[in-house]
Design a binder for this molecule. Structure first.
Ligand SMILES: Cc1cc2nc3c(=O)[nH]c(=O)nc-3n(C[C@H](O)[C@H](O)[C@H](O)COP(=O)(O)OP(=O)(O)OC[C@H]3O[C@@H](n4cnc5c(N)ncnc54)[C@H](O)[C@@H]3O)c2cc1C
Length: 371
């Protein structure tokens, strides 16, 4: 029977970043992906924002890996000419109550070690971005946007050049611990092999893979909830040149209708929050009024007729609707009797930003297993 050192399940940005990182040190790595190429899941349906890490609870993995990841991403972008733009972001308060909230987030951001954050009054905001309804704002100059496909291609090429084997059309249906190794099986062919380490970064199916390996996902609190985020684009010239966010909703349930730009300068609003039972990427055009109202709260003079349904993505959330936000799970599962299995579960935003830092975190866990 064939044997490999490391099996990575899922070729989204997380699996690809991990493959690139681990292949610098280890040989005999295989990436299994159920689709016919990389980046067909969550990683190609998101806002492509390089977040700075303001919102996340202090000392959480989300906060730490976002800050480290953003720094790593900008270095990668410069070094390998990955398309990106450091546009900057404003989180705007539109009344006195919201000023109190942004002051709290400003402190949180400083505690999360975010560099160059500034609290601006109305006049100072208007100097850098005139078209908005701010009475005050947090300015994050280090927030940017990135071409996520180019980033994934970079990780893919790096891993491939270092000898990683990519097996597409390979849906994992078996992960079975046997003595010191895992027996891994795929659906498309009746094929099994052995692997010392299994890294589960299967995105929306990461809880299913953990279950396959023998973990009770309800006991472990690993069951994922699908949370859809829809976008509308603005079919006219963008009146803003940076990313504009309202004050986030309580418990970070959502960031509110916010304005992001893509690398072509196209303005879009979203993603909103809608818990769903199944994966479905249709955008409900009836949401136009809600998007228009939310967008008009932060940017004046928008034209309703220019709001056009765009795309949707699905977040793999560990928390249900209105429940307190949960951190990323990145666990080596020795304590569950499965040494050698590394689960990455609930890798929602800021997963894209954090990807290089998540890869280093997984490298450290892998080193502990393979020494
Ligand atoms: C609407 C939205 C907006 C977002 N915006 C941002 C943002 O602006 N900035 C940011 O930093 N992050 C953002 N995120 C988060 C970010 O997109 C994700 O954290 C990241 O893409 C997750 O990558 P992944 O590799 O874990 O998942 P995926 O890209 O989904 O990759 C998982 C892969 O596993 C494969 N797979 C699943 N099951 C199996 C199986 N049984 N066998 C083999 N393969 C399997 C899938 O086909 C898929 O290719 C956003 C997410 C959403 C949904």
């Amino acid at each position: 029977m064939d044997k490999v050192e490391i099996t990575i399940i899922g070729a989204g940005v997380i699996g690809l970043a991990i493959a690139a990182e681990l292949s610098a040190k280890y040989d005999n790595i295989v990436v299994l992906e159920k689709h016919d190429s990389f980046g067909q899941g969550i990683s190609s349906r998101n806002s492509e924002v390089i977040h700075s890490g303001i919102y996340y609870p202090e000392a959480s993995l989300k906060a730490r890996l976002c800050v480290e990841g953003a720094e790593g991403l900008y270095k990668l972008c410069e070094r390998y000419s990955i398309p990106h733009k450091k546009l900057g972001k404003l989180i705007i308060a539109t009344d006195q109550i919201e000023i109190n909230t942004i002051e709290e987030f400003f402190e949180k951001g400083k505690n999360n070690n975010i560099k160059n954050l500034r609290l601006l009054d109305k006049q100072s905001v208007n100097k850098i971005e005139p078209n908005n309804n701010a009475v005050a704002a947090i300015y994050s100059p280090n927030t940017g946007i990135i071409d996520s496909h180019s980033l994934m291609k970079h990780f893919y090429n790096m891993a491939k050049d270092r000898g990683v084997l990519f097996a597409y059309n390979s849906e994992v249906i078996l992960v079975n611990k046997q003595n010191k190794e895992f027996l891994v099986g795929i659906k498309q062919e009746d094929y099994h092999f052995k692997s010392k380490v299994v890294v589960n970064c299967a995105g929306l199916s990461a809880d299913y893979i953990a279950g396959l390996a023998g973990i009770d996902i309800d006991d472990a609190d690993y069951r994922l909830k699908y949370c859809k985020g829809s976008y509308f684009f603005y079919a006219k010239k963008s009146p803003v040149k940076m990313l504009i966010y309202p004050v986030p909703q309580k418990e970070l349930i959502g960031l509110g209708v916010h304005a992001t730009l893509d690398l072509g300068g196209r303005l879009r609003f979203g993603p909103d929050i809608e818990y769903v039972n199944a994966i479905d990427y249709n955008v409900n055009s009836n949401k136009k009024n809600i998007f228009y109202a939310g967008a008009s709260k932060i940017i004046p003079g928008l034209e309703k007729m220019a709001f056009v349904p765009d795309m949707a993505g699905i977040r793999p959330k560990l928390q249900g609707h209105r429940e307190e936000t949960r951190d990323f799970v990145i666990n080596e599962e020795t304590d569950k009797g499965l040494p050698g299995l590394i689960n990455l579960i609930g890798i929602e935003s800021p997963g894209l930003t954090a990807s290089p830092a998540i890869a280093k975190y997984v490298r450290d866990l892998t080193e502990q297993i393979l020494t």
